[in-house]
Design a protein around this ligand. Structure first.
Ligand code: BTN
Length: 248
């Protein structure tokens, strides 16, 4: 493993991203992973809540990456690709990526990622990458609107998996991909990610973040930062670094 992560196990927390932030402000340092059995106030992207019952893998990775702010999405890409690799290679699942970083199986979401950047005590920038993976969960326990578009390893494979093994495998992939990225191998990482992104080549509707008017076009690829490149109807290309994308 390219990064030696320290793992901090907790039972029930509000949100592992929140604990991670508190630990950093207490001076905990980087390359630490906070993992919890359940979250009472799990948070998703765009201020949504994230249901986090027992059986899921809920964790946050604390990093202090030496990168430009516009490269932060590249670490989300690495997170999504790490999960997709493990689901594909170790659990024989056809895991794909819904840009930017949802991991889906047969069109249903199995994993989401929420990254947050903030300054530590000394003013250094820290990044917390929160990953929620529906592992040993029966999706019938989720609320109705979530259940219909969600799946889990248990639902797909019919078995429960060892959560520590799953976490270690994802962290190994994450560490390897980070070291590839920092040694100049990000184009290869992006090309593997691109090959798994569902919407490339399709017509999409994009709702950018921060909010701007939604627009449609053909998703044609990703740029060097991992931004989605959308060809508009007038032939111009528009890049989106953050937002929600749906097939139309
Ligand atoms: C999303 O798809 O909206 C992102 C969901 C991210 C959920 C994870 S679970 C671990 C970490 N702690 C949180 O409160 N959220 C992230």
């Amino acid at each position: 493993m390219a990064i030696e992560f320290r793992i901090h196990h907790l039972e029930d927390v509000e949100s592992t991203n929140r604990v991670a932030r508190e630990l950093v402000l207490d001076g905990a340092g980087e390359d630490l992973v906070v993992v919890a059995g359940t979250q009472s106030k799990g948070r998703g992207r765009l201020d949504r809540s994230w249901e986090s019952p027992e059986g899921g893998l809920w964790f946050s990775i604390i990093l202090r990456p030496d990168i430009e702010p516009d490269m932060v999405p590249s670490l989300n890409i690495i997170g999504a690709l790490s999960v997709a690799r493990v689901l594909r290679n170790d659990y024989d699942m056809d895991a794909r990526v819904k840009w930017p970083n949802d991991v889906r199986v047969e069109g249903r979401k199995i994993c989401g990622i929420l990254s947050e950047m903030f300054r530590g005590r000394s003013g250094d920038m820290f990044l917390v990458i929160g990953i929620g993976l529906n592992a040993n969960i029966d999706v019938s326990c989720f609320s109705k609107d979530i259940r219909v578009r969600t799946t889990s390893i248990k639902n797909e494979r019919g078995v429960e998996v060892d959560l520590d093994t799953l976490l270690n495998s994802i962290l190994t992939q994450f560490g390897t991909l980070c070291s590839d990225m920092f040694s100049g191998g990000f184009p290869a990482v992006l090309s593997e990610h691109r090959s798994l992104v569902e919407s490339i080549g399709s017509r999409v509707r994009v709702r950018p973040v921060p909010p701007e008017e939604a627009f449609e076009g053909i998703a044609v690829g990703m740029d060097r930062r991992g931004a989605l490149v959308v060809e508009l109807d007038d032939g111009r290309n528009r890049c989106v670094l953050e937002g929600d994308v749906d097939l139309v």
